[in-house]
Each structure stands twice: as structure tokens, then as C-alpha cells.
Design a protein around this ligand. Structure first.
Ligand SMILES: [Zn+2]
Ligand SMILES: [Zn+2]
Length: 144
């Protein structure tokens, strides 16, 4: 996967701007980041960027298929650059950490519903909920 921001923008026909490049660079470092975390990162290099500008860039990237937006229940929208493979997510119920889980059978949709209601199914988005390694170790440490 080519993660060069300028190439990605050029390939998708988006104009190359400093905020767009900075947002993509931030997402390379922080997959599954919320807009405010991306904004904090982008502000380090572009101090005059606004949160609204970051939202606009994220919207453009999502619309053009460069970024994917996921919304685990109870969490703000998270953005990532891994798109188009219908992968799933495992979310920690304690700390909110998110990790990628490959599609169950490697192609989309990877789950066949028992009833499609006549829909042509294109995608299956699964969120697995659990407790991450760090949180499990932390709870074991407090018990003993
Ligand atoms: Zn956790
Ligand atoms: Zn992901």
C-alpha cells in the first residue's frame, strides 16, 4: 500500500494542499484516530489549521475513498487509511483501543446474512468488543 500523501492525493484527483498532506501523514502514524487527535497532530506542523479545516479534509478524503470512517458505538468517529478491504475492528471496552481484524473470508462481504430483504449486500462491518491485553494485565495486577 502506497502511503505517500502527495501520490495518494494526485492519484485520486484531489489538489495537494498542506493540510491534506498533514492529515494523511497524521493518519499514517495514528490509524483509527479521532478528528481532535488528528487536529492536535496537524497543529504541530500547521499551527494555524482549525479543527473545522481538519474535519473538511477528513470529509474530502473519505468521499474520495482515501480514508475510511468508522464509528464504534460510544466513540467519536475514527479515521484510517486502510480502505477497500472490508476489514473489521476489535474495540477495547475499557480504554477504547482499536485494532484491525482481517475480513473473515478475505473478500467483501465476508458475512452472508440469513435474510437480505432483497438487498444486494456490498459490505459487512463487524465490531468485536473485548478487553485489550494492557487492560487485562492491569485488572489482574489490581486483583492480586
Ligand atoms: Zn484496553
Ligand atoms: Zn481499521
Amino acid at each position: 500500500m502506497d502511503l505517500d500523501a502527495r501520490t495518494m492525493l494526485a492519484d485520486s484527483g484531489l489538489r495537494i494542499t498542506a493540510p491534506r498532506v498533514a492529515v494523511i501523514d497524521a493518519l499514517v502514524e495514528m490509524p483509527h484516530a479521532a478528528a481532535d487527535a488528528i487536529f492536535a497532530k496537524v497543529s504541530e506542523t500547521l499551527p494555524r489549521t482549525s479543527l473545522q479545516a481538519v474535519y473538511n479534509v477528513l470529509g474530502d478524503l473519505a468521499t474520495h475513498g482515501l480514508a475510511r470512517r468508522i464509528e464504534p458505538a460510544g466513540s467519536p468517529a475514527l479515521y484510517e487509511l486502510r480502505v477497500g478491504d472490508n476489514h473489521h475492528h476489535v474495540v477495547c471496552t475499557h480504554c477504547g483501543k482499536v485494532a484491525d481484524v482481517d475480513c473473515s473470508v478475505g473478500h467483501a462481504p465476508c458475512l452472508t446474512p440469513s435474510e437480505t430483504h432483497g438487498f444486494a449486500i456490498a459490505e459487512a462491518e463487524v465490531t468485536y468488543w473485548g478487553v485489550c491485553t494492557e487492560c487485562r494485565e492491569a485488572s489482574v495486577a489490581t486483583v492480586h
